[in-house]
Design a protein around this ligand. Structure first.
Ligand code: ADP
Ligand code: NA
Length: 327
């Protein structure tokens, strides 16, 4: 990849699920070996845009830190840190919010969706994409791995880089999207929707810390359809196709190969194969999370180290911003 700096963030929502793992974290691990400078942030400032519990948040931050490390994020290769500990994020966010028009935010998908669910939303939820832009620009990041659902938010970051540069002189590179190539993992109970932590159905989502028994039960209960044959056809057979996607990704084989392995099996028997692939991949991760989680002081130390390194990069950029703005 030559030069370039990667920034990506994940909310401390507790332990990630299978969709987060395949859609984001697996790619994060690959990218830390491909780019000379990589920052991964546990974006806790974003977590307080909705009602939350402080003790739960504190615990979720450590769960996420342990999960990222267990999935293979290497603090030697990537700066892993907690967003709120680098106060430059909030300050740059304020400055950028003064360059953002109200209508520019109103049509962004996250606001439309979440404010509708709640019937109202906080100002923080509304300006959340500006904070995301600040997260990225603060490090003069050049590349941002995103899911398709985040593309419009990255476009705001690009716009704000341009607007800032035009108002105050060239400072920020326009960050480009690194679109993840993975097909979206679907809910096991409703394969027309994506697997999500906020799915109220308990059997719909596999957490990376689920026990082998839980994984087996969830896969067994996964919605397929009335044909007993295993075929890959996301349009007409989304349930079975989702299992093939999961199986292939977890066993690190192609979907064609997964279909070949399913030949002669009915969907019930095939689910055993899928279960085994998921258990095999997640067992060492689950054990590592348990080990890391038993030593919170060590985890806090890893995050504190990351914070120092992130601040070293952020401070001179914000100093420059302040000067340009006239402070
Ligand atoms: P959730 O939908 O569970 O709230 P987030 O929106 O916090 O998950 O997503 C965190 C990261 O995981 C993002 O990069 C997102 O694109 C990815 N991701 C979330 N759900 C899935 C899924 N079902 N399949 C693939 N990637 C996903
Ligand atoms: Na998100």
């Amino acid at each position: 990849a030559g030069g370039g700096r990667i920034f990506s963030g994940i909310q401390p929502t507790g332990v990630p699920h299978l969709g987060n793992y395949l859609g984001a974290l697996e790619n994060w691990v690959a990218l830390q070996n491909q780019y000379p400078s990589v920052l991964y942030s546990i974006v806790d400032l974003h977590s307080i845009t909705q009602p939350q519990d402080p003790a739960q948040l504190r615990s979720n931050i450590l769960d996420m830190a342990a999960s990222l490390l267990a999935c293979g994020i290497d603090p030697e290769k990537a700066i892993l840190f907690q967003q709120s500990q680098v106060s430059e994020h909030a300050e740059l966010s304020w400055i950028l919010s003064c360059l953002t028009s109200m209508p520019r935010l109103r049509h962004l998908p996250q606001w439309k969706m979440k404010s509708k669910q709640k019937n109202e939303g906080s100002v923080g939820l509304y300006t959340y994409p500006v904070l995301q832009a600040a997260d990225i620009l603060l490090y003069k990041s050049t590349h941002v791995p995103v899911g398709e659902d985040q593309v419009q938010h990255l476009e705001l970051a690009q716009d704000l880089a341009r607007i800032f540069n035009k108002s105050y002189g060239d400072l920020f590179p326009e960050p480009s999207a690194l679109l993840s190539s993975i097909r979206k993992v679907k809910s096991l109970r409703d394969p027309y929707t994506k697997m999500s932590k906020s799915d109220p159905q308990s059997m719909a989502t596999i957490a990376i810390t689920d026990s082998p028994d839980d994984i087996a039960l969830k896969v067994r209960r996964a919605v397929t359809d009335f044909s007993s044959e295993v075929t890959f056809d996301p349009e007409t057979r989304p349930g079975v196709s989702n299992l093939l996607t999961i199986h292939a990704a977890m066993a690190m084989i192609s979907v064609e190969e997964a279909v070949a392995q399913a030949r002669g099996l009915d969907t019930g028997a095939y689910k055993t194969l899928v279960t085994e692939a998921v258990i095999q991949r997640f067992t060492p991760i689950r054990e590592e999370i348990e080990r890391l989680r038993s030593d919170p002081v060590h985890l806090e130390g890893v995050l504190a180290q990351g914070t120092l390194r992130a601040r070293e990069l952020a401070a001179p950029v914000l100093r420059e911003v302040r000067q340009r703005v006239g402070f």
